[in-house]
Design a protein around this ligand. Sequence first.
Ligand SMILES: *Cc1c(COP(=O)(O)O)cnc(C)c1O
Length: 372
Amino acid sequence: MQVSVKIPTRKEIEPLGVYVPGKPIEEVKREFGLTDIIKLASNENPYGCSELATQAVVRGMEKCALYPEGTAPELAAKLSARLGVAPEYFIIGNGSDEIIRLLTRSYIAAGDEAVMADVTFSRYETNVLIEGGVPVTVPLIDGVHDLAGMLKAISSRTKMIFVCNPNNPTGTIVGRSELLAFIEQVPRHIMLVIDEAYYEYVSDPDYLQTVPLLASHPNLVILRTFSKIYGLAALRAGYGMMQPSIVQELIKVKEPFNSNRMAQAAASASLDDPAFAADCARRNEAARTNLVAELKQLGLSCYPSHANFLMVKLDRSGDDVFQSLLAQGVVVRAGSLLGYPDTIRVSIGTEQDNQVFIEALRTILGPGGQSA
Ligand SMILES: *Cc1c(COP(=O)(O)O)cnc(C)c1O
């Protein structure tokens, strides 16, 4: 006999929903009886990862019985040499998602406010709520962070600010001089977290290089990941750069072996193959340019993206278009889940993937496209 007893959670957890990821390929195959699925839903790298990373994982498995080094010193040293930042400024996470959680775990107390864009990466809000903090959201302007509005949103309770640059889900960047001025104006007792998960995809000269500001701005935290351009999403490897004193605080609350041996090895090996990442960036940009042009022919526009995804504006429900694409074996992200009901977010695939997506979209919208 089953007895139902509900053990109450902490009250902060009650209103939270469960993270809805991009629909996995296996699930779509089962649901629709399809065999060929194209997943353009989670901003994954369609070119896989560096061969050096694959080899490093296999080698790492030979030591699978041994715990990894908890702070990934070899990877930190390599990043340090690459980026010209002292190794003690780095913390390696089980994905940069984990670093967001470590930051809120260490610094957000009940009632503390965290300023962020509406809409941006949802993990900021969720992690702030988990700690009993208060997300203070500032609407985007034309898909771009409203930095002036975010400054105005600062109160005596503000503890943290998140800027996602490029922003997920719109793909936009904030201008170089605007962001620099913003960084100068944020009071030093407020932590400023700049999430650069798509850093390596950006080629626009109007993109601020934040790393040189670390030394002079003790409240600055920069987040990057190996999940996107390095193609290691499954392994979970991301990193944060910040004052060593902040790193030491985060280490207090992290799991001792948060970053696994294979992830560390693969991430480290990826850095030895800069040609792979450079090639991915080039192919992404070419494919993105073509995709924007094809969408335009269908009467569709997007926010100007500097990343490996596009937010496509529709004159109808993004959920409906998402479902119709799904039935044709193309998985994208319904904008409703990201705060924009009349959009879909599509990751840039290979030229071939993108063509299948465009043809599926043409079937849905009709040959004349959206305006017809
Ligand atoms: C994908 C993504 C991350 C998280 O990546 P990890 O896989 O956890 O390293 C962080 N921020 C943004 C904006 C992302 O899009």
